[in-house]
Design a protein around this ligand. Structure first.
Ligand code: MG
Ligand code: MG
Length: 268
């Protein structure tokens, strides 16, 4: 990773751009969510996402990033993050994480959601619901004067109650003109530690939570991160700004959850 990355504060004008990109990104996720069902390939989902982003005047943040080959990170079942779309059709019982970013007018927005495809076990449904809840617990800690450790602790403390694992090797990050800026936002940590949050900071908070043990390995493709014990993982992410008195979530799951409701599918 190199050294610590710089933290860049955003002006109101910068935030306006990231907010607009967050809307495009949310709608992109929503378009993809409409298509989710057994039989669909993730390569097709990736094509739809890329077309949607380009039709809206943006570029997919991930495509070409460090050589990443696609617009979506597709992480199925025991894959935690950074999986590639491929020709394998989705199957009943799959746990599918979709991560995407939009780059437009000089700024990025970044968000991720994890879906149950068809019927999954109660423990998997709980993993998804509580990982998402941990994201919102963490967001509640975002305000000037609080520290990144307060955000980190909120994730860890929430999921610990359910016996889930917290991945440590990958972390959230600042978002702006670069997809990954400072500060790092781990999903574990101590209250009152780490960089102090100030108004204008924009961070991606992204709990990566495992049903089994927290240990992960990287596949030989140099990207795909999966659980060592091959148990499923979940990943939810929002891009969030520190405001003068709290936070604003700059990305949205509204379009995703509208699509799921329409299809009468389970919402995490
Ligand atoms: Mg992401
Ligand atoms: Mg991210």
């Amino acid at each position: 990773m190199g050294g610590k990355k710089t933290i860049f504060l955003k002006s109101a004008a910068d935030a306006e751009i990231i907010r607009a990109n967050g809307q495009i990104l949310g709608k992109c996720h929503g378009e993809v969510a409409k298509l989710l069902k057994p039989g669909v390939t993730t390569k097709y989902l990736d094509k739809i996402a890329e077309e949607f982003i380009r039709d809206n005047g943006g570029k997919p943040s991930f495509k070409g990033y460090g050589g990443f080959p696609a617009s979506l990170c597709i992480s199925l079942n025991d894959v935690v993050v950074h999986g590639f779309p491929n020709d394998r059709p989705l199957q009943n019982g799959d746990v599918l994480s979709i991560d995407c970013g939009v780059n437009k007018d000089g700024f990025h927005a970044d968000s991720a959601y994890t879906y149950a495809i068809g019927d999954v076990s109660d423990e998997v449904n709980e993993l998804l619901a509580e990982t998402k809840r941990s994201l919102y617990r963490a967001i509640e800690q975002v305000k000037p004067g609080n520290r990144i450790g307060d955000v980190s602790f909120a994730v860890q403390n929430h999921v610990n109650d359910f016996g889930f694992g917290v991945v440590r090797e990958l972390v959230g990050h600042g978002v702006g003109k670069s997809l990954h800026e400072g500060p790092e936002v781990p999903n574990y940590g101590k209250r009152g530690k780490g960089p102090k949050m100030v108004s204008g900071m924009v961070i991606a908070i992204e709990p990566m939570i495992t049903l089994g043990k927290r240990f992960v390995v990287q596949e030989s493709d140099g990207w795909t991160i999966r659980t060592e014990d091959r148990k499923p993982a979940a990943h939810f992410e929002h891009t969030v700004m520190v405001t003068d008195n709290g936070y604003e979530i700059l990305t949205t799951f509204d379009y995703i959850e509208d699509a799921l409701r329409e299809k009468e599918l389970v919402i995490a």
